[in-house]
Design a binder for this molecule. Structure first.
Ligand code: HEM
Ligand code: HEM
Length: 183
């Protein structure tokens, strides 16, 4: 039971499962959209991109669960270091959370306002009304793509800092997000 919850040394099973499952889906989303930009509409791109909205909706649900779980565990998880680096780590993680909500959130608002209906994996979420709602589609039209790429840059910075911790500070921060016994 205790392995499910976070503790001062490492993140528990639930936090780790959410982190790595979501990282894998983000990778899929970015590879798909990267290929779409590079190659245009090809069958390979269709293979990745046809699930883009549905998987984005899954990410939106998962980030909501992750935020609730993070709040429940906020006094148990590994503490941020004192000083500037700890503050930057905290700001970076908050930025990741903000974009993990805003990027799919705006796209879902657009899907609702498009009037075309939205059925991820065949589950009816928004009905097709045939009516476009401009205030709901405009934010994602302007910002969904660009903020998604900003999120990718932040993720790259995040992974870079994990590598800096691992190979320069050698403080083994990575083990917090790995199963016990992995170093
Ligand atoms: C966190 C999840 C998501 C990520 C990381 C993501 C990422 C991206 C990226 C990188 C692009 C390409 C932008 C470009 O062409 O430069 C894009 C486009 C697009 N996404 Fe997403 N997306 C997510 C969720 C969603 C959801 C939930 C929907 C629909 C309900 C959606 C619908 C679209 C559409 C229609 C486009 C093409 C038009 C546009 O660029 O706005 N996305 N997304
Ligand atoms: C190869 C990819 C990744 C690696 C190696 C990695 C590694 C790590 C590690 C070692 C930690 C613990 C850091 C600490 O406690 O200070 C962590 C935490 C975190 N990571 Fe990642 N990560 C990856 C991808 C991602 C992605 C794609 C996202 C989000 C889009 C993300 C978001 C977070 C957040 C928000 C935390 C803080 C703990 C939490 O609230 O879950 N990571 N990551």
């Amino acid at each position: 039971m205790t392995g499910l919850l976070d503790n001062a040394q490492r993140y528990g099973f639930v936090t780790r499962a959410l982190h790595w499952l979501m990282a894998a889906i983000f990778l899929w989303q970015f590879v798909g959209m990267g290929l779409r930009l590079a190659l245009g509409r090809t069958p390979l791109v269709g293979f990745f991109v046809s699930s883009h909205g549905a998987l984005g909706a899954v990410l939106f649900v998962l980030v909501a669960i992750r935020i609730l779980w993070g709040l429940l565990n906020r006094n148990r998880r590994p503490a941020y270091e004192h000083g500037l680096l700890g503050l930057l780590a905290k700001a970076g993680h908050l930025g990741l959370y903000a974009l993990m909500v805003i990027v799919p959130g705006l796209a879902l608002l657009r899907a609702w306002g498009s009037g075309r209906g939205f059925q991820p994996f065949g589950i009816p979420v928004f009905p097709a009304t045939g009516e476009q709602i401009a205030w709901a589609t405009a934010p994602a039209n302007a910002l969904h793509g660009v903020l998604a790429w900003v999120l990718l840059v932040l993720i790259a910075g995040h992974v870079f800092m994990v590598l800096v911790h691992q190979f320069i500070f050698r403080d083994n921060v990575a083990s917090r997000m790995l199963p016990a016994g992995q170093r």
